[in-house]
Design a protein around this ligand. Structure first.
Ligand code: XMP
Length: 515
């Protein structure tokens, strides 16, 4: 495995993705990882990420000095290169101007790291740095340079320490993937054996070790993460799982039935369906504030789930000792102090609080995976492709897509509009291109005309975004004729709607959901 020490770069997760795409397992750890922990991980190579600081800042994040002595290859990227060069006696200067964007890397000496780059010796790379290398440590040499960076790629004499000024992990660095693979395979000589089949086997082994003959309970929502989590547990310890699916009354049209049918077929284990629509909708009655809605849904979910778990316990005569949860890797990467605590934008609905309250030990088999890897794991587990390709759907459901108070009439309008919208996306063959698409019901009325009559009806906003992970997103550029069909069908077929708008906001400054 490879360890990436994170100095706060916005691209650190991309480094991890590229390495895993190359078939090598890697983990991101904070830059100040304790030396004994690093040793215990026994990495076959270590990468120092970029970061927003300058190596000369007084409070610049620095790793434990023993990191520089690890007896496996080290690659420093941008800020990481600065640290390496400085540590070994070279000089780095804070340049007056940041270099940002495209640059051309000229290969002087391909060595191991730049092997296989275009014969022209030129390659487009992506720079984003404030510090500049001014002098190399003794016996280090240059592999590649650019107009503004004479030391754009460097190595030490025995080929165990490498530094690049640019970011090989971003797609704009056209040979970046090759360079990272060169580091993994030519330099560190790591075998690319991280496959989903191997992951699934290893995850099952770990689940068996953790769970023994104990019983596991898992909340499933129909989403990819919870379904794959449950499927893994089912495979690892068949017969020791209870799945609980709660209908919170704010699911999409026919969703409860569809999810039930799909999951009940798949899981041989106990499958408990709880229709708690009335409870949720009663609690939500008249509530307008988005955060209050989110908190209510989180709380009621926990109450309903707990009740279902106790009933299941009575039925089986044995209490569950474990709670399975679909936590993903981006949620567990310890955020580094260089970035500071981040503000809470929205309280996400999850089962927080349940494990302590019910005294359950957590089982989180997806903790190491990125979202796209979860889909691949689902495929290996034999879950249907169309199920795995479903867009994400938030825990608080349609409650955060009906702006203002939630009631049955508005739920009907939104469900009908959303169904037509998604149907048209599928008909246009665009569903898989879009990260997430949904309709939103606005709390205003506008004047329209239908036939010869004046109407004073509701407005639907359509949202579609492209994204890698939901952290940042751009609005999707539909062909105009597709938008025209969606608008015309929704305003004609959904009673109570006379106007359709399309949301052209990216995240940031907007968020994906409206509440
Ligand atoms: P935002 O609106 O924060 O959404 O830009 C980013 C992604 O997260 C989803 N989302 C949620 N998912 N529970 C979830 O499981 C939640 O409470 C929640 N809120 C937002 C949202 O749909 C998008 O994919």
């Amino acid at each position: 495995m490879v360890v990436i020490l994170d100095f706060g770069s916005q691209y650190t997760q991309l480094i991890a993705r590229r390495i895993r795409e190359a078939g090598v397992y890697c983990e991101i750890h904070p830059y100040n990882l304790a030396p004994e922990k690093l040793r215990a991980l026994a990495p076959q190579a270590v990468i120092l990420s970029g970061g927003p600081a300058s190596v000369y800042d007084e409070d610049a994040p620095r790793p434990d000095p023993s990191v520089f002595d690890v007896d496996v290859p080290l690659l420093g990227i941008c800020y990481g290169q600065g640290l390496l060069v400085l540590h070994h006696g070279g000089a780095v200067v804070k340049s007056a101007q940041h270099e940002y964007g495209r640059a051309t890397l000229a290969v002087d000496d391909p060595g191991d790291l730049l092997a296989g780059l275009p014969p022209s010796g030129l390659s487009t790379v992506w720079m984003s740095h404030g510090d500049r290398m001014e002098r190399l440590p003794r016996h280090w040499h240059v592999l590649g340079s650019s107009d503004n960076s004479p030391y754009a790629a460097v190595r030490n004499r025995d080929g165990t320490r490498f530094g690049v000024q640019f970011h090989p992990e971003v797609v704009h660095s056209e040979d970046g993937r090759q360079i990272l693979e060169n580091f993994l395979f030519n330099v560190a000589r790591i075998a690319p054996d991280w496959t989903m089949e191997n992951f699934v086997e290893a995850a099952c082994r770990r689940i068996r070790e953790q769970v023994g003959d104990g019983h596991v309970i898992c909340g499933v929502s129909g989403g990819v993460d919870s379904t794959v989590t449950a499927a893994l547990i089912e495979k690892a310890v068949p017969g020791q799982l209870t799945c609980v699916f709660v209908n919170n009354g704010v699911l999409r049209k026919n969703e409860a039935d569809q999810v039930r049918a799909a999951l009940q077929d798949y899981f041989a284990s106990d499958f408990v369906y709880v229709d708690a629509s009335t409870e949720f909708l009663t609690e939500l009655d008249g509530v307008i504030d988005p955060e209050t809605k989110r908190k209510i849904i989180g709380r009621v979910f926990i109450e309903v789930f707990e009740k279902a778990a106790h009933q299941d316990e009575r039925k089986r005569g044995k209490r569950a000792a474990f709670l399975a949860q679909g936590t993903l890797y981006p949620d567990v990467i310890e955020s580094v102090s260089v970035r500071g605590p981040s503000a809470t934008i929205k309280s996400h609905h999850n089962v927080g609080g349940l494990p302590e309250r019910m005294n359950l030990e957590l089982v989180e088999p997806l903790r190491e995976l990125f979202k796209d890897e979860v889909r691949s794991a689902g495929k290996v587990l034999g879950l249907p492709a169309d199920y795995l390709g479903r867009h994400p759907f938030p825990g608080p459901g349609l409650a955060i897509r009906i702006l203002g108070a939630v009631n049955q009439d508005d739920l009907r309008i939104l469900r009908d509009a959303d169904e037509i919208y998604i149907e048209e996306i599928r008909k246009a063959g665009l569903y898989d291109e879009i990260w997430q698409a949904f309709a939103v019901l606005l709390p205003v009325r506008t004047v329209g005309v239908q036939g010869d009559d004046r109407t004073y009806d509701r407005v639907i906003a359509l949202r579609a975004v492209v994204s890698q992970d939901g952290m940042t997103a751009d609005w999707y550029h539909y062909p105009h004729e597709v938008l025209a069909r969606m608008s015309s069908r929704i305003s004609n077929e959904v009673a109570g709607v006379n106007r359709v708008t399309y949301d052209i906001s990216s995240k940031p400054p907007a968020t994906v959901e409206w509440e």
